[in-house]
Design a protein around this ligand. Structure first.
Ligand code: HEM
Ligand code: HEM
Length: 226
């Protein structure tokens, strides 16, 4: 049967994915206070915040397979997927759950980071704006959610490898090139283009918002000298 390549993952989704992987590794490496890299850690964290906000909005205005409406998992789909051998061009129902969980966890991690302190020189931008008990709560969230992110990432990579080795389906290439091979009758299922102009506007809006949040909007802190 003849096959053709079609575009499934738009460029912004692919860029989001690989930048997220890089920034997550970066924020993990720089998170040990003793390395003295907390400033860089915060920059990686802000980048992840911008990436996640971008991806959430792209889930509403992006291309067909990037839209949340395309892959909101329901119980029916999940049981059908677990039982059967249905193939999906976009995310499968279990993959969809992973996407939602990952975005929520990353949001929790980055927002709690804004209230963190390395207890030496560097504070997150909102550390001084909240009570001691909120600081403690945020530190508990920040210190523990990362472990859950690691577990979900590991399961995600295991699932991709399972597809590759057991099911003989390479999903990785599509997350790099955006394209998948399909039978001729499915050629019209692809997306026509990546909506790059809209993505650029969205990137500008999200970056401006994060800049405002972590630079312009920071409350003045009074410093007392004794
Ligand atoms: C997804 C993004 C992020 C990840 C994965 C991450 C991860 C971590 C981890 C694993 C730690 C060490 C916690 C521990 O000591 O057990 C940490 C500490 C910290 N994080 Fe984040 N973080 C992120 C975002 C942020 C953001 C946005 C900020 C702030 C603006 C921030 C500020 C801090 C600070 C100040 C510390 C304390 C460093 C220390 O204890 O020396 N983080 N982070
Ligand atoms: C820290 C590590 C990782 C995180 C946090 C992560 C996160 C994600 C997220 C959020 C998505 C959904 C993309 C979207 O719809 O926007 C995704 C999809 C995907 N990721 Fe990752 N990823 C990680 C590592 C990797 C690695 C190392 C690979 C390749 C070996 C990989 C391959 C894929 C593939 C192929 C998909 C698409 C799955 C499908 O076809 O439904 N990821 N990942």
């Amino acid at each position: 049967m003849s096959k053709k390549k079609i575009l499934i993952w738009d460029f912004p989704v692919r860029l989001f994915h690989w930048l997220l992987v890089i920034c997550l590794i970066g924020s993990w490496y720089t998170s040990e206070g003793e390395r003295g890299l907390t400033d860089i850690h915060m920059l990686f964290g802000y980048s992840i915040l911008a990436l996640v906000l971008f991806r959430i909005l792209w889930g509403f205005i992006g291309t067909k397979y990037a839209k949340f409406s395309q892959f909101v998992p329901n119980k029916n789909e999940l049981t059908q997927y677990v039982k059967g051998n249905k193939d999906y061009l976009g995310h499968n129902p279990l993959g969809s759950l992973m996407v939602f969980a990952m975005l929520a966890l990353l949001l929790l991690q980055t927002v709690s980071g804004l209230f963190m302190s390395d207890e030496i020189f560097t504070n997150g931008p909102y550390f001084d704006s909240v009570s001691k008990s909120t600081q403690k709560l945020m530190a508990t969230i920040h210190n523990n959610v990362f472990d859950i992110i690691l577990i979900v990432s590991a399961l995600h990579i295991i699932a991709i490898l399972f597809y590759l080795i057991v099911k003989k389906q390479n999903l990785i290439t599509a997350m790099i090139t955006g394209k998948k091979w399909v039978e001729n009758k499915l050629t019209s299922a692809g997306i026509p283009h990546s909506k790059l102009l809209i993505a650029l506007v969205l990137i500008a809006v999200v970056s401006a918002f994060v800049y405002w949040l972590v630079v312009l909007n920071i409350p003045e802190v009074e410093v007392y000298y004794y």
